[in-house]
Design a protein around this ligand. Structure first.
Ligand SMILES: Cc1cc2nc3c(=O)[nH]c(=O)nc-3n(C[C@H](O)[C@H](O)[C@H](O)COP(=O)(O)O)c2cc1C
Length: 347
């Protein structure tokens, strides 16, 4: 209530990226104090315990922060304080890069949607690794799984993409509980072409070779469907991925009425649920499936879990509903301790 009636109108007077930067600065300030984070978690957010075990990791609840919000890992402990059950930092590239020129983030309040064409603006894998090492040394590491999303630099030619993914992975893996191969952003030219089976297989193999045994996931675009989706999944599975994230943003390239970029939030909800169901249907019980796209409340999250997701992630709805949304979602979810793995009973 405080967020939607007071803070959101103030934030929405700012340019979307400026509002994002301000929110991130606030979160990073909070993340500097273990005591303050514990107080926010216990007194303000009050997430319900909804434990999930997946990929050999323990998640206090299945609601995660999606890739792209905290690309440089400035506030992991704050995301725990707000009630999230895990976070995915990044996407980081081997070398830091500025991303696309601004403006590059746009709100569509009538759709509860965003369009972004950030283009992997990030400080680079080395900077992220250094920051996370410092947080660990200062006992500011959150008590939940921290994933790191990796990507390729804009200037790297497609034939050397796997090298970029492997370079970024080898630098950040000591600080990650899992790694995500992001081949699905619409804002890096040619990236989505890497979703063909041969490239997915090559990249996953290169990343797993340097991942230090950490689980590796692949994040796919919502436009990938049918035989192409199944081929990408088969290639990823045969190279030993631990899971799949469905989905990234929807490209607006062929749409009217939206800026060019990736569309997220409300308009993605139904399609994301469809893809989650298709992915679960194809991969079977073993691999972890993370549902992402348009989750704006408890019913949306429960719907993704019901069609086969083990975990869910949110980004856009945080902008519209505020930072306590994840905790509210956990209180809505049906309690269900699930163990994901070959021995998990179906149903
Ligand atoms: C501003 C913005 C930046 C994003 N950056 C990334 C990114 O760097 N890596 C990534 O995997 N996904 C990125 N995403 C996509 C989200 O992780 C998520 O897949 C998508 O927004 C759908 O979820 P939502 O509807 O809850 O926002 C970004 C999304 C937004 C809105």
């Amino acid at each position: 209530m405080l967020y939607t009636s007071v803070l959101r109108p103030l934030f929405f007077r700012l340019d979307p990226e400026a509002a994002h930067d301000l929110a991130l600065r606030g979160a990073s300030l909070l993340a500097r104090s273990r005591l303050a984070c514990r107080a926010v978690e216990r007194v303000v957010a009050r997430p319900a315990p909804r434990p999930v075990t997946a990929m050999g990791l323990h998640f206090p609840n299945p609601v995660g922060l999606a890739g792209g919000m905290d690309k440089n890992g400035v506030a992991p402990l704050a995301w725990w304080a707000f009630g999230f059950g895990f976070v995915e930092l990044g996407t980081v590239t081997p070398v830091g890069q500025p991303g696309n020129p601004a403006p590059r983030m746009f709100r569509y309040p009538n759709d509860a949607a965003l369009v972004n064409r950030m283009g992997f603006n990030n400080a680079g894998a080395d900077a992220l690794a250094a920051r996370l090492a410092e947080q660990t040394a200062r006992h500011l590491r959150p008590p939940f799984p921290v994933g790191i999303s990796i990507g390729k630099n804009k200037e790297t030619p497609p034939e050397r993409a796997a090298d970029d993914f492997a370079r970024a992975a080898s630098v950040v893996q000591p600080h990650a509980d899992f790694l995500t191969v992001n081949v699905s952003s619409p804002n890096t030219p040619g990236l989505r072409l890497l979703q063909n089976a041969a490239e997915v297989g090559r990249i996953v193999r290169a990343v797993r070779a340097v991942a230090g045994g950490k689980p590796v996931l692949v994040k796919l675009a919502p436009e990938l469907y049918g035989d192409d989706l199944l081929a990408a999944l088969d290639a990823a599975l045969s190279e030993g991925v631990a899971g799949v994230i469905a989905t990234n943003t929807l490209s607006t390239a062929t749409m009217t009425g939206y800026e060019t970029g990736g569309l997220s939030g409300g308009p993605l909800r139904a399609l994301a649920a469809t893809r989650v169901a298709q992915v679960r249907d194809h991969v079977g019980d073993g691999p972890t499936v993370i549902g992402c796209g348009g989750v704006a409340g408890g019913p949306d999250a429960q719907a993704l879990l019901d069609v086969g997701a083990d975990l869910v992630q949110i980004y856009t709805a945080l902008v519209y509903e505020g930072p306590l949304l994840p905790a509210a979602i956990t209180r809505y979810l049906r309690p269900r301790a699930r163990t994901v793995g070959p021995s998990r009973p179906r149903g």
